[in-house]
Design a protein around this ligand. Structure first.
Ligand SMILES: [Zn+2]
Length: 95
């Protein structure tokens, strides 16, 4: 599935902190289906940033910092298609 999430703990609400990733449809811990992504906000302590969130039915919580490492970074081109980009995201240690 494709999700857009912040890659910085302190993003200050800046959309440049967002990256789009293709990630597995299943939970990396137990292999059950992940929940459907929905629009939500990540709060960094001062500012909110609109991004994707999902709730896994299995109860395991996907940390954005872990998903950043798992996912294949994508970029969205003008036609609305997503293509892989080969830049290393800067994952943060914890959210
Ligand atoms: Zn799970």
């Amino acid at each position: 599935m494709i999700v857009t999430i912040p890659i910085l703990t302190e993003h200050a609400g800046d959309v440049r902190a967002l990256r789009t990733f293709e990630i597995r449809d299943v939970c990396p811990i137990c292999g059950q289906q992940r929940g459907e992504p929905f629009g939500t906000y990540h709060f960094d302590g001062s500012r909110r940033l609109h991004c994707d969130g999902w709730t896994n039915p299995c109860g395991h919580i996907d940390k954005y910092s872990v998903v950043c490492k798992e996912g294949i970074p994508l970029t969205i081109c003008k036609e609305g298609k997503t293509i892989p980009v080969f830049v290393e995201p800067r994952p943060i240690e914890s959210f």
